[in-house]
Structure formats: structure tokens, C-alpha cells
Design a protein around this ligand. Sequence first.
Ligand SMILES: [Zn+2]
Length: 254
Amino acid sequence: MSAAPIAAAGLVGLCLGSFANVLVHRLPREEGVVRGRSHCPHCRATIAWYDNLPVVSWIVLRARCRRCRAGIPIRYPLVELAGGLLAAGCLLAFGPTPAAAKAYVFLYLLGVIAIVDWQHLIIPHTLTVAGMVAGLALADRAGPGLRAALLGLAIGGGLVWALSSGYRLVRGQAGMGGGDVMLMAMVGTFLGPGAAAGVLGAGALLGTIYAIARAGGRPDGLGRLPFGTFLAAAAAVVLLWGSRIWTWYLDLLA
Ligand SMILES: [Zn+2]
């Protein structure tokens, strides 16, 4: 594949990465994401288009707001860069196919969900519902097929719902929440039921290791966990390397 379409995909991806920053900032605050100009969260000044160019503006402004000089976290250009590299990478890996679109949409949403859950301990339904719609729409052309996607939706969401209901019965408090149920339903539509169950197991394991490390041995130090971040990380690994890991595992057993 020639360099021009990959560069074009990278440029579009940079802009979508910029939109990911908007989603990360506004969804947890229940602000609209389509209308409304971006403004500096510190001084509220509206940001001009030339100060809102992905990555470039952050460098030109030397990571400071033009008006109030408040610092702009490096997370912003990094998320933009990730959006660009992801788009170029998906096109390079899959060509101009439905599989490339599926990989981009899925990994993009997982990235936004991972950051929002890490920062705010919530998973906005806007993202997971959009993901389910996209996953079902692409299922027949990019896998796992519509039947498997619907089954994955029900089983992914149902497993988390059953686990969290059981946990609440035993411990009297919420472990995973409704956002996690929706996230796993979305993961199921993209990956199918078997892989979704694997994602749940791996994500729960990652989250538990993190919880134990963070608590430092104090049983009261567990607190609430950004489970969605770990589920999202596990889902990305399964999308990219799931079949390879599965083959390796079967070889171990053989
Ligand atoms: Zn400012």
C-alpha cells in the first residue's frame, strides 16, 4: 500500500484523537459533545481553531493556554497522536477493509473508556451503546458474524451482571457496576461470546492484581476500582493477539 492513503488516514485519525479528548473531558461532566466550542478549562476562554490543531498547537503554545498560561497536560497531544497512529496502523495492518474499520472503532472506544473510567470511575453509556451499534453493524463483514455478536452481547453483559449481583448479595456492596455490564456487552458484540468470557477473566485478574498492589496488604484499602480500564486493556489484547495466545495455550496443554 502506498504512503499517501496511510498518511491521510493518520491525519483523519489525529482529528478523531482530538475528538477523543473532547469525549474524555465532556462525557463524564454530561456536557454535549457535538455542539459548543472548546474552551480552556482554567480561564474558560474559547480556543481558536489555530490553537486547536492536533499535536501542532500544543507544541506551538509550549503546552500553555494562550490567554491564561495555564498548563495543557501532555495527555492531550498523546491522545491525538494515539488516534493518528491507530488509524494509520489499522489501515496498514488490514488494508481498506471492514476489518480495519472494526479494529479502529473498537480500539478507539476502548481507549476513551479506559481513560474516563480511570479518571472518574464511570463508563458513559453513550460510548458503549455506540460501540454495540457499530459492532453489530460490522459483525457480518468483519467478524464474528451477527449471531455470534448477539450471543456475545448477551453473554458478555449477562456474565458481569450475574457476577456483580452475586457480589452484592455476598458483600452487600457493588463490585462492578452497570457501566461494566454495558462495556462487556459491547466487547461481546465485537469479539463473540468465547473471547468476551476470556476478556472478563483476564480483566478481573488484572484489576485484582492492581487492587492488591494498591491496597498494600490493608484489607480496607481496596476501595472502588476502575474495572473498565482493565477490561478495556484485556479486550484490546484479545482483539490483537487473542488467537495467537489461544494457540499458544492449547500447545501448552498438548
Ligand atoms: Zn486559559
